[in-house]
Design a binder for this molecule. Structure first.
Ligand SMILES: Nc1ncnc2c1ncn2[C@@H]1O[C@H](COP(=O)(O)OP(=O)(O)OP(=O)(O)O)[C@@H](O)[C@H]1O
Ligand SMILES: [Mg+2]
Length: 458
């Protein structure tokens, strides 16, 4: 019966050419992609650039020996399994090989059947490990399922466009005030993209010094500088076949902007201290809460980089410009906190809802989320009341409606009613439906009051 083809990427290292050729033939026949090397040095270089499943290495070689190959392989590619073969087998060497993480130790002369069997088992282990990893990533994605809550028309349209452009590989710039959901939208784009199965990584470009940022993004070769004792892959490389989010991209130093531009154009990068370009296939997303045009004119942002990143731009509206989402989002956060803490869901008093509808939310959705979280923690019974809101929110209205204690001349109820309705209309930009909602009366009653109080609705 014909044996099943293995399909394994197998590296064979032996400085004795006859043995090397022999094994190469045998395993090619088994259906392996064989990479043979007569020097440990060359083999290690290849390990850095190719995904090798199993390494079959001789122990005693000129230059770098099998132990060193084993050690390096575990460092560079921990999932790769290494089988050590030797003609000078002693119990001590066997123990050291196993301690260094070898899959198996084979003494020469060996039976070919035995080596074939060991390679097959090592390859099965590698495949299992990878499948496991994929499964784990899937669970992560499922856990981090992105849920953008909105009923606002502009946002609905934005999300529709986002789903359309997500499947192309173009770079996207997401603008918007702090807390408007830029990172959330980036995750949404990744999840709807063709790279959704790949990693989603992010870095805050404003949080690092120039050197650290370069190191994080591009990685370095071993010996690139004092202290660089090992090769380190940067985030761009690690995000291969996935998405990299450059958060606060406009905070990136100029010199780095040049390097990044090159990566975007060439689809390859040089690690620090490196000379051999590494090919990459990464989707770039970037965010900023500043106005890119102003930054270009001030020279902080390179125009060429801007054009590269900004193949598509999304401008997330502030929460105060989509007031229709406030209560919906507040309820969403109440649901979420109840679910996370496995507690019954708390509710807001009508008064709280009115305050929230009034508030301008300089910190946008994140601020609303914090307000709700705080309210849930402070409210001992099931209802979140005004007393559980931060003063920054409650002050807003109290500042406008004069405190009675400070008044020398006390207004009539009618006068006070007039003041308040005027104030609410001002807040809602004259939108009577919204004003009636806040006031807790219907539109007709509002009209009636406007007329009887002789209110100027302009
Ligand atoms: N439409 C939404 N639906 C549900 N949650 C949202 C929505 N928008 C934002 N959030 C939540 O609000 C918080 C802030 O969002 P995010 O971190 O994406 O904002 P950002 O614009 O990246 O903020 P910053 O500029 O401060 O980095 C997050 O917890 C996010 O999950
Ligand atoms: Mg963010």
């Amino acid at each position: 019966m014909a044996e099943e083809k293995l399909g394994c990427n197998l590296m064979i290292i032996d400085d004795e050419h006859a043995a090397l050729n022999n094994l190469e033939k045998v395993f090619t026949k088994q259906g392996c992609n064989v990479y043979s090397f007569d020097k440990g040095e060359d083999a290690i270089t290849e390990l850095r650039h190719n995904q090798i499943d199993v390494v079959l290495t001789d122990l005693r070689m000129k230059g770098i020996d099998g132990f060193e190959v084993l050690k390096q392989s575990k460092k560079i590619s921990p999932d790769t399994e290494v089988i050590v073969v030797t003609g000078y087998a002693t119990p001590e060497t066997a123990v050291s090989a196993m301690q260094l993480g070898a899959f198996y130790y084979v003494a020469k002369p060996f039976r070919l059947d035995e080596v074939k069997q060991v390679v097959r088992e090592a390859y099965i282990k590698v495949k299992l490990k990878r499948e496991n990893q994929i499964l784990k990533n899937e669970i992560e994605t499922y856990k981090g399922k992105v849920n953008i809550i909105t009923q606002n028309e502009d946002m609905q349209l934005l999300l529709k466009t986002a789903r359309q452009v997500a499947v192309s590989d173009c770079s996207i710039l997401i603008c918007g005030e702090s807390g408007t959901g830029k990172e959330l939208l980036a995750r949404y784009l990744h999840n709807h993209s063709l790279k959704a199965e790949g990693p989603f990584l992010g870095i805050n470009c404003g949080a690092f010094t120039e050197e650290l940022l370069a190191n994080e993004l591009f990685g370095h070769e071993k010996g690139a500088y004092t202290g660089a004792s090992q090769l380190k892959r940067g985030l761009i490389e690690t995000a291969n076949k996935g998405t990299l989010l450059l958060d606060e991209v406009t905070e990136m130093p100029q010199s780095m902007q040049v390097n990044l531009l090159r990566v975007l154009q060439e689809h390859e990068l040089l690690r620090l201290g490196g000379t051999r370009p590494v090919k990459i296939d990464v989707r770039f997303l970037a965010t900023t809460n500043r106005d890119p045009k102003t930054l270009i004119s001030s020279g902080a942002l390179r125009q060429d980089l801007y054009y590269r990143l900004n193949v598509v731009t999304f401008e997330l509206p502030s929460l105060r410009n989509r007031k229709d989402d406030v209560v919906l989002l507040a309820n969403h956060f109440l649901d979420r906190h109840a679910a996370i803490h496995n507690q019954p869901r708390k509710t807001m008093t009508n008064e709280v809802i009115k305050f929230l509808q009034h508030y301008s939310f300089p910190g946008n959705v994140r601020e609303l989320e914090n307000i709700i979280e705080r309210g849930v923690a402070l409210a001992v019974d099931q209802k979140i009341g005004i007393e559980h809101l931060p003063v920054s929110v409650t002050q807003l209205i109290q500042n406008k409606i004069p405190e009675f204690k400070q008044l020398t001349e006390l207004p009539t109820l009618k006068q006070q009613e007039k003041n308040y309705i005027e104030f609410v209309l001002e807040k809602t930009n004259g939108n009577k439906t919204a004003a009636a909602n806040i006031l807790g009366i219907d539109r007709v009653s509002l009209w009636r009051r406007i007329k009887s109080l002789a209110l100027d609705t302009d």
